[in-house]
Design a protein around this ligand. Structure first.
Ligand SMILES: Nc1nc2c(ncn2[C@@H]2O[C@H](COP(=O)(O)OP(=O)(O)OP(=O)(O)O)[C@@H](O)[C@H]2O)c(=O)[nH]1
Ligand SMILES: [Mg+2]
Length: 348
């Protein structure tokens, strides 16, 4: 999973990036932006590792991209955010430590993104229209249908409405994804405030109630404070967090929100060599989960041996679980549940 950090200049993106990933900022990357991986902490994997004592414990990772800051009414906006386009989700980082204009910067960022979607869709729509008019369309029915769909999305965006993507066919959705539309990606919002404001609710920063109602996943944090916390050793960090009344690091809250917004869940593989967390979409099948590990495992899929995490927590031993028949044999179509511990039987 890839998440782009986006915002106006000096909103604290690089500070947050550094706090989350531990990477040292490299300004020489310039417009390209910098990316780094962040481990997805998971207590369940820690627990499994205490049982299996594996050589390797592998957490899932999320890639964060620090995208160079935008300036309002930037002419080269779409060019600048092209780095953000192949992200699965993005985080708007809003400056609330020097500025009182949090609402207006959120609104104008959203407007710029909608505009960038309108531009990409209109380019395609105009080209199709032109081809149809000039009789150059290879499949007129199909092209006319696509043009109609594109125009309806553009119209909704221009009115400031959310397009109703549910009315489109899976084929249309696949082709729309090719445009890397921001409107199709989850938006997370970071309200980056000063250290003294971290306990305040979102409504303290965003007074407009209509705008507030669109912010179910906003995270209030101070990126500078997060960076200070990240640089401490574990013990001092916990002490400091206790003093501050902070129960979890912002990076964990952000990753949780991103999983929720993207509809992601985790399953685990365990063994003496490695205990590992894998990320898949909620509702993915056992076959898809197998394919996530290796295409061979999906190709030669025989069965999935599944143990509930809660069951593992209770019996603490694969031997006992097997002896008691507490694992399940599932087929390709089985819908993997969050926390499932899976061993794939396969034959290639
Ligand atoms: N007080 C305070 N200052 C902050 C916070 N976050 C960032 N800053 C300061 O704001 C300035 C800009 O921070 P950066 O993280 O470089 O901002 P940026 O968004 O990456 O900036 P550009 O890359 O230029 O767009 C730095 O001087 C930071 O120390 C914060 O939470 N509180
Ligand atoms: Mg920066």
């Amino acid at each position: 999973m890839k998440i782009g950090l986006i915002g106006y200049t000096q909103s604290g993106k690089t500070t947050l990036f550094q706090a989350i990933t531990g990477a040292v900022p490299d300004p020489s990357l310039g417009m390209k932006g910098q990316s780094a991986l962040c481990m997805v902490e998971d207590e369940r994997l820690n627990f499994l590792a205490t049982l299996f004592n594996p050589v390797k414990k592998t957490f899932a990772t999320v890639e964060f991209v620090d995208i160079p800051g935008l300036t309002p009414k930037d002419e080269s906006f779409s060019q600048r955010v092209s780095t953000a386009k192949n992200s699965d989700a993005f985080i708007f980082v809003l400056d609330a430590f020097t500025s009182k204009e949090v609402s207006s910067s959120l609104k104008s960022l959203r407007e710029e993104f909608i505009l960038s979607d309108i531009v990409s869709l209109s380019t395609r729509a105009d080209r199709l229209e032109d081809a149809i008019k000039k009789g150059k369309s290879r499949n007129k029915d199909q092209d006319s249908k696509e043009l109609k769909d594109l125009r309806s999305i553009i119209q909704a965006l221009e009115k400031g409405e959310k397009p109703d993507f549910s009315s489109f066919s899976p084929e249309r959705m696949a082709s729309l994804r090719g445009f890397q539309l921001f409107s199709l990606k989850p938006e997370l919002v970071v309200i980056n405030c000063s250290e003294s404001d971290i306990s305040r609710p979102v409504s303290y920063f965003i007074e407009d109630s209509d705008l507030l109602s669109t912010l179910s996943n906003a995270v209030v944090l101070s990126s500078k404070l997060e960076l200070d916390l990240a640089e401490l050793d574990d013990e001092s960090r916990l002490d400091f967090m206790k003093d501050l009344g902070v129960s979890s690091l912002a990076k964990n809250r952000l990753i949780q929100e991103a999983y929720r917004a993207l509809g992601l869940s985790s399953f685990f593989t365990v063994g003496e060599d490695e205990c590992k967390a894998w990320t898949i979409p909620i509702g993915a099948s056992a076959l898809e989960a197998a394919g996530k590990i290796h295409s061979d495992i999906a190709r030669g899929f025989i069965r999935a041996e599944v143990v509930d995490f809660e069951c593992m927590k209770e019996y603490k031993s694969m031997k006992d679980i097997k002896a008691k028949g507490l694992y399940r044999l599932e087929g390709k179509e089985y819908q993997v549940k969050d926390g499932d511990i899976i061993n794939f039987r396969f034959n290639v």
